[in-house]
Design a protein around this ligand. Structure first.
Ligand SMILES: Nc1ncnc2c1ncn2[C@@H]1O[C@H](COP(=O)(O)OP(=O)(O)OP(=O)(O)O)[C@@H](O)[C@H]1O
Ligand SMILES: C[C@H](N)[C@H](N)CCCCCC(=O)O
Ligand SMILES: [Mg+2]
Length: 256
């Protein structure tokens, strides 16, 4: 019996900070460890028509490519909108509303097929989805531990600490955080990382350095090498006989 968590809700300090890169890298590492893992993007805004006129969202495509289980975009993204704007506004522009139930149904269906579901939010932790709910409510409804991706740029300290306050205010568990160096010119980057280390009472799951790799698949594989899956999955209290992922991403039986 492999004792895996059901998955994680991936949030970020903002939009464009590395949630998709980190989510796909996590999926990559899980797949390499033999785990049946699939990515989910409940709400995506910003899509372009492909050669067949089908709307394609880059996040969804990257999560699909990283997953070890095949699924069509519609099975992992119940709400896909054309305009690359706040999702509730993108929905409004199409005369649609985002509701919780279809998202929970999509997640439940994925849970039937995968050991682990990596759910990528949209933007930061408190993005409005409709008149009476937002992404924090969604995280709460999914009841998954949260991984925070901190985009390392000036301003990230405040965004990270406020986001963690909001996560905890919802009674959710911060399973860990990932630093993503999105700004190669950030001043005092190491000192900022050290400050986050001291303030954040949750494990650093990895620091993804600046990876200017234009190919998304190669960038994902490179980023996966910087994640410590053992720290995310492993813990000192494995019940004897369960299997877990070691720091070398190999599934191993825990010592009796
Ligand atoms: N560590 C990094 N090194 C180099 N480029 C990065 C890094 N992290 C993210 N990027 C790039 O920054 C852009 C935004 O990253 P990503 O799409 O993962 O952000 P996001 O938080 O998922 O954004 P959104 O809110 O739109 O979902 C992408 O082009 C990605 O390749
Ligand atoms: C379009 C972008 N890439 C994201 N998908 C949506 C980001 C929503 C941010 C909303 C906000 O906090 O202002
Ligand atoms: Mg994304």
């Amino acid at each position: 019996m492999i004792a895996f968590p059901r998955g994680w809700f991936i949030t970020g300090t903002d939009t464009g900070v590395g949630k998709t890169l980190s989510s796909s890298a996590l999926l990559e590492a899980l797949g390499q460890a033999g785990v049946r893992a699939i990515g989910m993007k409940p709400v995506a805004s910003g899509a372009e028509p492909d050669a067949h006129g089908m709307l394609v969202n880059d996040d969804v495509a990257r999560l699909q490519a990283a997953s070890s289980i095949d699924a069509p975009a519609s099975a992992i993204c119940p709400y896909l909108f054309r305009l690359a704007i706040a999702p509730h506004l993108a929905a409004m522009a199409e005369g649609r509303e985002i509701a919780l139930e279809p998202i929970l149904a999509t997640y439940a269906a994925l849970r039937q097929r995968a050991d682990i579901v990596v759910v990528e939010g949209v933007g930061g932790f408190r993005v409005p989805l409709g008149p009476d709910f937002d992404t924090a409510d969604l995280a709460q409804a999914l009841d998954l531990p949260v991984i925070l991706v901190v985009g390392m740029r000036l301003g990230c300290l405040n965004h990270a600490l406020l986001t963690i306050e909001a996560i905890q205010a919802r009674g959710l568990t911060l399973a860990g955080w990932i630093a993503s160096s999105i700004d190669p010119d950030m001043l005092a980057a190491a000192a900022n990382l050290d400050t986050l280390h001291r303030y954040i009472d949750a494990p650093l799951l990895g620091h993804v350095p600046y990876l200017p790799e234009p190919d998304a698949n190669r960038q994902r594989v490179a980023a996966a090498r910087h994640l410590d899956l053992g720290r995310l999955l492993g813990n000192p209290h494995h019940p004897p006989g369960t299997a877990y992922v070691t720091e070398h991403n190999s599934v191993a039986a825990s010592p009796d």
